[in-house]
Design a binder for this molecule. Structure first.
Ligand SMILES: [Zn+2]
Length: 545
């Protein structure tokens, strides 16, 4: 049953709080072909934190070196609770003698999500322990976490299948967790086969026994109902939703938070009853957050993704478009700007201009909207996007482009020429090696610098050579570091072109992304490297020679 919203005397609604739990870094990382680095994980965690997600599940400390390292140096999150994932204690072992539990308790996290079996068939067949031992493992693990002052929750694996086969035992697992002090018991549709009407029915029964403010839902998309199932669970009383950005996850994916968040905030049936930790302002960054993940995965964003896809608010020229120009509500279920997306019309596109103005505003670049330089910048962006540049994921390059159009980036240095040699040969030990050597000639305020760099590849060698000697700027770029490098081959038109995206960072913890496009991969990389150095100098307030 839906709880009716309470209206107070001054007419304000008292909305119930729903909690969002993101498992992109744990369940999402189960997706075949996905292998997050520690840097990737930190960037995603910070993105989720800025978005306003309540819990960020970082992974499984102790289970693999990446997750262990991630928890050893966790990102600083402003409000999200970093959560460690792991198994409940092993049956037949004492808590103090279980290395898995020790790794979880020692992880630098503020919450622990234990996964437990709640289907009797799985307990006896997969775990090979008695049903009673499994209940003890659940309660013992929760107690161990809460004694350490950590928030504990239990993901009840295969809960819905278990409930259908042995209702009494599935509920006993929930009670074992809840009675031991778990903040949340989470009902998991692990196989993803349960349908919305079943979820709503079963959750409604569960919340009669465990209060809904302690019940969570974790669904998979095997019948393309993961989002619908999450919403059905909320309608029935669950108050925590687990999911992933862009619906990332093994098989058909997890519940897609990128769709659930705007639905909860923009659809009145939910928005009037519930509130979440995402502010309307942060919702405006949703499309950006979705693209950040795609860039990390080196995937083209899904064009037809609800709310955030390129096509989500695209209309072909013709009768729809002319109606949209008169009033967008004619063909749009929500305004695209609310989720940071934009309307795309193939005739008289006004969206680009307002988009550029919005980004300039965010970058703190003040400019009169009627300034003719804005139109020139817009033309330049459009021409470059047609060539393959993507500024969505490379804001530092966009900022340089914009500041140049508005006359405020100094020419710090000029690269006169570069040359790269790649040599494959046998070394002194008789091993076959490939080495690259780059020579660059740079003009810094009239002074010519020649530098040579060596690397394991041409781009690495070029980077070494470029940063080896920038004269007066050497101190300012000393802490510049290339964090990541991604290449995408774009086909279309007559020939393939290469887009290179570089992520850089420095000792302040700042990260920035730059882009280069060329038919030649080294040239594309060169452009992105040069943008990165210029951006760093701009940030450092370097004075031109
Ligand atoms: Zn799952």
């Amino acid at each position: 049953m839906d709880a009716a919203p309470v209206t107070t005397l001054d007419g304000q609604m008292n909305r119930e709080r729903l909690y969002l739990f993101d498992t992109t870094l744990r369940d999402g990382a189960q997706t075949p072909g996905i292998d997050f680095s520690v840097e990737d994980k930190s960037l995603i965690a910070r993105t989720l934190d800025r978005l306003g997600v309540d819990y960020v599940e970082g992974g499984y400390p102790g289970a693999n070196p990446t997750d262990t390292e991630f928890f050893a140096n966790p990102p600083k999150l402003a409000r999200a609770r970093l959560t460690a994932f792991g198994m409940t204690k092993r049956a037949g072992r004492s808590l103090s003698n279980d290395p898995g539990i020790a790794a979880l308790l020692d992880a630098d996290a503020s919450a622990i999500c234990f996964v437990a079996k709640s289907w009797d068939f799985h307990v006896t067949t997969a775990l090979g322990c008695t049903l009673e031992e499994n209940l003890e493992a659940i309660s013992g693990s929760v107690e161990a976490a809460t004694e350490r002052g950590l928030e504990a929750m239990v993901d009840c694996e295969h809960f819905f299948d278990g409930y259908k086969h042995n209702r009494k035992y599935a509920l006993a697992c929930l009670h074992a967790a809840h009675d031991a002090g778990a903040r949340w018991v989470v009902l998991c549709d692990t196989n993803g086969g349960t349908l919305p009407h079943e979820i709503e029915e079963i959750v409604a029964e569960v919340v009669k026994l465990v209060p809904g403010e302690h019940v969570g839902i974790h669904t998979h998309n095997d019948t393309e109902n993961a989002v619908a199932n999450s919403l059905a669970a909320v309608r029935a009383g669950a108050r925590q939703i687990q999911g992933t950005l862009n619906g990332l996850g093994e098989r058909c994916g997890n519940a897609n938070l990128t769709s659930i968040i705007p639905t909860l905030m923009l659809k009145s049936d939910f928005a009037e009853r519930y509130e979440i930790g995402v502010s309307p302002q942060a919702l405006g960054e949703l499309t950006h957050a979705s693209r950040v993940l795609d860039e990390i995965l080196n995937r083209a964003p899904q064009r037809q993704a609800p709310y955030v896809g390129e096509s989500a608010f695209a209309t072909k020229a013709g009768i729809h478009a002319s109606a949209i120009i008169k009033d967008p509500r004619t063909y749009e279920h929500v305004p695209p700007e609310t989720v940071g997306n934009r309307r795309r019309l193939l005739i008289s596109d006004q969206g680009g201009r307002s988009n550029v103005l919005a980004v300039l505003g965010r970058l703190g670049i003040e400019v009169d909207p009627d300034d003719p330089r804005i139109a020139r910048l817009l033309d330049d962006v459009k021409a470059r996007e047609a060539l393959g540049y993507a500024y969505e994921g490379a804001e530092a390059s966009f900022e340089l482009l914009a500041r140049r159009a508005l006359d405020s980036v100094p020419d710090y240095f000029r690269v006169e020429s570069f040359r790269i040699m790649v040599e494959r040969r046998h070394n002194a030990l008789g091993e076959l090696v490939t080495v690259s050597e780059a020579t660059v000639k740079i003009d810094v305020g009239g002074q010519i610098m020649m530098s040579v760099g060596e690397g394991n590849g041409p781009v690495n060698a070029l980077d070494q050579a470029l940063r080896k000697d920038l004269g007066r700027y050497n101190d300012l770029i000393a802490d510049l570091e290339l964090v990541d490098y991604k290449v995408r081959i774009l086909t279309g038109g007559t020939a393939a072109v290469t887009r290179v995206l570089i992520e850089s960072g420095d000792s302040t913890g700042e990260r920035w992304f730059t882009v280069g496009v060329s038919p030649n991969i080294v040239d594309a990389s060169f452009q992105a490297l040069i943008d990165s150095i210029n951006y760093k100098l701009l940030r450092a307030g370097a004075k031109p020679a």
